[in-house]
Design a protein around this ligand. Sequence first.
Ligand SMILES: [Mg+2]
Ligand SMILES: [Zn+2]
Length: 222
Amino acid sequence: MLRRKPKALRGPRRGTTRKPAARGKERPRRAVFLDRDGVLNDLEYNDEEGQIGSPLSVRQLRVAPHAGEAVRKIKELGYLAVLVSNQPGVAKRQLTLAEFARMGVALRRGLAEGGGTLDGEYYCLHHPDALVARYKEDCACRKPKPGLLLRAAREMRVEMEGSFFVGDALADVKAGRAAGCRTILLGHVTSFLAKMIEAEGAEPDYVVHSLREVPELLRSLQ
Ligand SMILES: [Mg+2]
Ligand SMILES: [Zn+2]
């Protein structure tokens, strides 16, 4: 009986479509950075703040049904999928760190249902008006500042050129622009939003209605 050669000893594969993202050397590593709330999961109505915002418990967390599939397709196109999100809820005592961690588990599980796995998760837990002292900081990582994106790119050895940031807020666009990647805004461009974009100087490179459209957009740009 012939034993197959171990993978490492086999010759280089040619013309296959295996993950280009795993090979760092020939081409620079690219990423699609993804905001969390309003991108990977739905926004929630928050009674306390009287507005739509981040879910604050596992019970409230609803992973968008198409999100896992979108993440999977993004990775099939050769990008790393990296979460980059402001989460000041713990700092504001809106949820515990343990619940925040459980939400991370639920998010990963929800994405896995569509075949999606994140390559990295980066959260800013700070807030300048935090009630919890250890998170009270006017940090460089809270979007619209680019610190968290830059750290993610550095640690994951990703080149900003050729990478994208997908978010549903102008703070995401600003952070992406400041970090030097291209920006994709999820939303509908109303005249109000167009005015805001102009006033804030936060012009996204692309606008799509949903994360579902992002793989198609990326494919069209290749
Ligand atoms: Mg958001
Ligand atoms: Zn921060």
